[in-house]
Design a protein around this ligand. Structure first.
Ligand SMILES: Cc1cc2nc3c(=O)[nH]c(=O)nc-3n(C[C@H](O)[C@H](O)[C@H](O)COP(=O)(O)OP(=O)(O)OC[C@H]3O[C@@H](n4cnc5c(N)ncnc54)[C@H](O)[C@@H]3O)c2cc1C
Length: 400
């Protein structure tokens, strides 16, 4: 293996490049990224960058000497348009083609955008998005956030920290319902209410109105909310378009590229990692895809290892998933997995205290540990999730 191409210069792309070099790979690594920036961290965008506590310049994932030491053939501001599997060639948007012995797909995901054509309606994924929203937050008194997933919730919290009046609209009955049980959702509802958010739950958005710029948001219950700034947190679509016709199999259901337990795609020598990769996790009984910062780095390391390793030396990717979100100065953390139908047992604290640790169970097994303002306790239970642990044994470990 002499030439490796990595498409996508985010956390997963960087992680793959670093892992290849630390494994001693001395050939050419070409890193192709559609954005003009060197790899940067997205989590601060909705937190420190929006509130002004951090600058967009501070989000780079590595300093220049560290990044330069990777000796990458860097193609920033370049989009991969197509993968030609027979020649192992990645076609770029400038008409050039990169041939390679190995390929890592790390093209992540892009936010769903409401099709309004109006100024003042934003999504939040890139540095440019964060700069635009930050500038608008300085100029407005009130805003609407559409969607109370974790991005929407963090934007609402950052806007409240700046004194902006926020209406947070969510079609589901509680925030973050895609992943958590309504009782935990109720705790998250409480956080928004405690901080003066006008929370509209169980109601969808039917339209955005205004002349040139958004002026109001219409809701399905017939009401309208005046706002000249809207941020939509409506989830993402994986960036798989450039793989059409390549033979790289996509996953139905959870979406993204279909990988096996070793992060390998359906084409030999082609691996995937990060938000774009779905794979069968041995402890969760099915195919999963994570949109978690920590996963992007960990999965890229295993994909890179397996790309270089021989058949017998490949590693299975079976991490303890980890996700965090910062809202109103409080940390929400999830180890493992969460789904709305999971059994929930609060093992420390309570929703009323706005401080708790909850165990999440499925089919008699512990599958997740979710905490609010409880970092040391959450982390203490990580070993229970690294191996299959029966629900009763987990509760016993927590002294229940
Ligand atoms: C505002 C925000 C806050 C977040 N906060 C948290 C948090 O608190 N905790 C947490 O765990 N996770 C958080 N996340 C999620 C986390 O940032 C993602 O899981 C992580 O960025 C995924 O990394 P990735 O490299 O797989 O994909 P991405 O970060 O999406 O990077 C993929 C890159 O590939 C590029 N690309 C796409 N298509 C092409 C193409 N055809 N050719 C070339 N380049 C292409 C994209 O432009 C992009 O730069 C947050 C995300 C956002 C947006």
């Amino acid at each position: 293996m002499r030439d490796i191409v990595i498409v996508g210069a985010g956390m997963a792309g960087l992680g793959a490049a670093e892992s290849l070099r630390s494994a001693g790979f001395d050939g050419t690594i070409t890193l192709v990224g559609e954005e003009k920036h060197r790899p940067y961290s997205r989590p601060p965008l909705s937190k420190e960058v929006l509130t002004g506590r951090g600058s967009p310049k501070g989000v780079a994932l590595r300093d220049e000497p560290e990044f330069d030491a990777l000796r990458l053939d860097l193609r920033l501001g370049r989009r991969a348009e197509r993968l030609r599997p027979a020649e192992r060639a990645v076609e770029l948007d400038d008409g050039s083609a990169l041939t390679c012995d190995g390929l890592v797909i790390a093209t992540g995901a892009a936010p769903r955008r409401p099709a309004t054509g109006l100024a003042g309606v934003h999504v939040l994924r890139t540095i440019e998005d964060a700069e635009a929203v930050r500038a608008e937050l300085e100029a407005v008194d009130r805003m609407v956030v559409v969607g109370a997933g974790f991005i929407g919730a963090e934007v609402a919290a950052s806007a409240r920290a700046l004194g902006v009046e926020v209406t947070l609209v969510e079609a589901a009955p509680t925030p973050m319902t895609r992943v958590v049980d309504p009782r935990i959702g109720a705790a998250l509802t409480g956080l928004h209410l405690d901080h003066g958010v006008d929370l509209r739950l169980g109601v969808g958005v039917t339209g955005f109105e205004g002349t040139g710029r958004v002026e109001r948001v219409r809701l399905a219950d017939g009401t309208a909310v005046e706002a000249s700034l809207v941020v939509a947190g409506l989830g993402v679509e994986t960036n798989t378009g450039w793989l059409a016709g390549s033979g790289v199999e996509l996953a139905g259901g959870v979406g993204g590229v279909r990988c096996d337990a070793h992060c390998a795609t359906s084409l030999p020598g082609v691996y995937a990692a990060g938000d774009i990769a779905s794979w069968p996790h041995p402890r969760y009984g099915g195919r999963i895809r994570l949109e978690h910062w920590t996963n992007a780095g960990e999965q890229a390391a295993v994909a890179a290892h397996n790309l270089l390793a021989g058949e017998g030396a490949r590693q299975e990717y079976a991490p303890v998933p980890y996700f965090w979100s910062d809202q109103y100065g409080m940390k929400v953390q999830l180890l493992g997995q969460a789904a709305p139908a999971d059994t929930v047992e609060f093992v420390h604290g309570s929703v009323e205290d706005r401080k708790f640790v909850a165990f999440l169970g499925r089919a008699g097994m512990l599958v997740g540990v979710l905490g609010l303002r409880s970092t040391p306790k959450v982390m203490r239970y990580r070993p229970l999730l690294a191996e299959p642990t029966a629900w009763d044994d987990a509760l016993a470990a927590a002294g229940r």
